[in-house]
Write a protein that binds this ligand. Sequence first.
Ligand code: HEC
Ligand code: HEC
Length: 455
Amino acid sequence: MRLFVASVFVFLSANAFGGSWMIADEPAPMVRFTVDSQLDSIMGVSRSIAGTAEVDPAQWASGTARVAVDLTSFETGLMLRDEDLRDQFFETDKFARAVLTVKGFERPSAPALAAGKEVESDAVGSLSIHGVERPIRIPVKVRLADAGGRSVIAIHGGFTVAFADYGIKRPVRLFLKLGDTAKVDFSATLVPIPSLLPQTTVTAPSPAPLAPPAVATPKRRRVGVVIAVARRRAKAPPPPVGSGPQRRGEGLFHDPTIGGEGNALTCASCHGITDERQGLTGAEGLAHPNPSLWNGARRKTYWQGLARTPGEASSICTQLFMLRPKRLDDAYQADLAAYLSSLGSDPSPEMDYRVLALTRSSSLPNPLSGNPEHGLVLLNRWCWGCHHDNSARPPLTPGLYEAEYIVQRVRWLGGTDARQMPPITVDRLPDSELRDIVTYLAGEKSQPIFKRRRR
Ligand code: HEC
Ligand code: HEC
């Protein structure tokens, strides 16, 4: 299963060059391990790798990175063996991920990365598997390249892991006759975290609000929506009373200026702060697209292990959704963390990102067979927060969008052009409700939509 952060970047094409990078979906990253013996050898492969890096090509040795591999995703070619690998070897119910933290690159063969030239170095840092974190040194080869007008960094390398070092027992069925070390090799391509300023977005001739076309031809619809970028700054609420980190954090939570230029969203556009066991719809009849942060800063790790603190998690959000080209400064992170930690009081388990992966891979059957009246109600509940006259986007007008396009956007299906609009997962907005919304929105103005049912 594809991890989420890795896949974000397929459709965020970058023009501006920055120091922050993420593992791209295409070409797909790969980790492979081989365990040898005289008689046999087993190979397992995974492509579920997510990660971020801070690398300045001019002085790449000081770069850092953090990469997580979903250990449930290794395939060895035999289902029973895959099960053993998960359940007995990695014990993925307890330790679902391997996390590699790179603190720097030693002995670089050249101080700067130059396009087209491969350079070598030792990545040094730590590797955590099976609940054990140990220092590690990995010889890597790195090449900066130009791919269709943007810079990418290709990296590959390999190392050896001794099972005993990580307290891993060898399951009999799996490794009886095999050695006690694994050879690991990997490859990945890093793409810059884009700064999606309207003026640098290739497809955006003008960030002007969409005017409904007089005659909505399918072609026109498509063009109209592809150029969409968030256009207005949300109004920041009055500064919170008092001072101190928690208060400042609360202010930041509602402040669009912690995002990059052109950002109109705040944390509060996407995340509520209520206990959602009481219901997803809040006082104003609005539901937030993404999970509430009630007890949300009380997890062991965040973002599938990519973030260790609520501040780091917030930083990922500002880069992914708020057009911030670089990570969030430590002071902001600390203030946000102080505020988030004040919400709720109970420890909570790590979020299950498989829901997001499922959301991103499920299409909506019969998208136009919903109930449009109910669709309007749901539109006001789920979409109005960002799509109304004084918000990030103008109101959504029925008749302007093709059904598949709306589904693709809300679910972040492959090829979506979403930039700031977040995915809304199937457990929050179920298919039946999305179908009603789509049926309402796909309707044509000329037709009395509320009297119509489409098949
Ligand atoms: C455009 C919507 C959006 C914005 C804006 C946004 N986030 Fe997020 N945030 C998400 C999504 C999507 C996730 C991934 C979880 C999911 O919905 O599946 C997430 C995850 C998180 C998590 C980690 C959840 C976990 O435990 O793994 C935290 C903490 C968080 N956001 C805090 C913030 C803060 C603080 C801000 C403001 C600085 C912010 N977010 C801005 C959409 C957003
Ligand atoms: C957290 C804010 C947010 C929420 C909630 C949200 N959207 Fe969006 N939406 C955006 C932004 C911002 C854009 C502009 C493009 C981009 O940055 O992804 C957008 C763009 C769109 C577009 C393209 C046309 C346009 O106006 O730009 C459609 C269609 C759309 N959203 C549908 C929906 C639907 C349907 C829902 C509710 C199920 C919804 N959105 C909820 C933020 C949001």
